[in-house]
Design a protein around this ligand. Sequence first.
Ligand SMILES: Nc1nc2c(c(=O)[nH]1)N[C@H]1C(S)=C(S)[C@@H](COP(=O)(O)O)O[C@H]1N2
Ligand SMILES: [Mo]
Length: 198
Amino acid sequence: MRKIPTFFWEYEGHTPPEINKDTYRFHIKGAVQKPLVLSLDQLDALLPSVEVKRRFYCVNGWSLESIWRGYQLSDLLEVVQPDTTSTYLRTTSCGGYEDTTKISDLLQGEALLVTHMNGEPLTPERGSPIRLIIFNMYQFKGVKQVNVIEVVQDYRPGTWQKVGYQDATIQPDPHFAIERNEEIMPEEKILIESLNHS
Ligand SMILES: Nc1nc2c(c(=O)[nH]1)N[C@H]1C(S)=C(S)[C@@H](COP(=O)(O)O)O[C@H]1N2
Ligand SMILES: [Mo]
């Protein structure tokens, strides 16, 4: 079967590091009443897990539907209690990819902190041990291999915005369905090839 496109900007097409699940810690900090540093087990004990079958969209014209299991961002925010004056959430990956999105947009997009895809723990390529997925915006706003999420007052352009994608609104044009083996957009192919060969 053709390789499903997946890549990490910060690792430039090379395999992302496998994170040690025993020593990994998930950080939530910034303007919150109750900042937390959690092991994966502690996170699991803290929040109810949910499973949904949903599609995400890449700005380069493809989409992917899977069964995602994880925790609702809304549940986590209820625990940590963001200050009402801070409107953004900044998410940073272990490798340094980052994104800043309005908390209200993330909640509207039913953002999930995902640990499993189609019943299996995420692979490193898919963002193990935890990735953020947002369903109402292009997925450059969904950081894989999350290390820190931070409630902040200031917006700053994330990794993909800095190279030109400003608007993350999902366009009505057709998006090729990767899981049905539909062709991906030429731009994405070129990007993946150039990353794989660099
Ligand atoms: N850490 C990190 N997260 C990331 C990216 C990245 O390069 N690094 N790319 C984003 C983009 S543009 C998309 S479309 C999806 C791709 O997810 P996939 O690799 O599971 O297909 O991850 C998003 N999250
Ligand atoms: Mo993307």
